[in-house]
Write a protein that binds this ligand. Sequence first.
Ligand SMILES: [Zn+2]
Length: 280
Amino acid sequence: MTFREKAGQFRGFLRGIVWVHTIARKRSIVCKGVAMPDKLTEAVSSAIRELVDANHILFDQGVVDGFGHVSARHPDRADRFLLARSMAPALVTETDVLEFDLEGNPVEKGGPAAYLERFIHGEIYRKRPDVNAVVHSHSPSVVPFGVVAGTKLRPMFHMCGFLGAGTPVFEIRDFAGNGSDLLISNNHLGAALAQSLGKGPAVLMRGHGSTVVGSSLRQVVFRAVYTEVGARLQAEAMRLGPVTYLTEEETVATTNTIGTQIDRAWFLWLKAAQKRSMAG
Ligand SMILES: [Zn+2]
């Protein structure tokens, strides 16, 4: 690395520190109840806290590692969303959460680096008014189902009924050609992925990972964890012989029943993640 590059890197690092301190100061002012033009509402503060918890749970449950991200639609502005700065999910704290418009632009300029694939989130929120939370991950058991033609990820286990009739696979070559890095690194690819997701809860991304959506952070975390579990179980069952999948009626009935039990898993996973917390 040249001296010039090192100097540039150091300047970026300093900018990140200044930004984090500015945000921390603003939020501490809010905590003291002093009216500020940029005061966070209670709904936003609460969404940020839950988003931090979601980051930690997804790591603790093996859905994300150093990579992958989770976002929440802004509770007061449907045309914005909340997402951490570019960093490992297990290390995210409240001061790391940024606000973005649906184009994937950070609302506060001059802040730290954002995730390269933030366009996944903005384009899904734009296309799906019913979606309030999105998880993008490379969770390992799911990846094989995105690369084997003719083998669909389908629910064969009651906790995965939400997967419905089967999960679509997004082929990035159709939109970025044969030489892309497979990342959703612009709005054009984000919109194509959102189109492939359709009205469903999940879309697989060939050679890359998957994206899961939900009406809340708790629901999307539940779905992301059980998409990974369902993929692992389906692969194991397929090795044993022909698989009996849930009927369409069973997918609806199981989803309705399990949908009322999501908090039970959330609080267990949160406790486990807090016990093993890696965030400062
Ligand atoms: Zn990715």
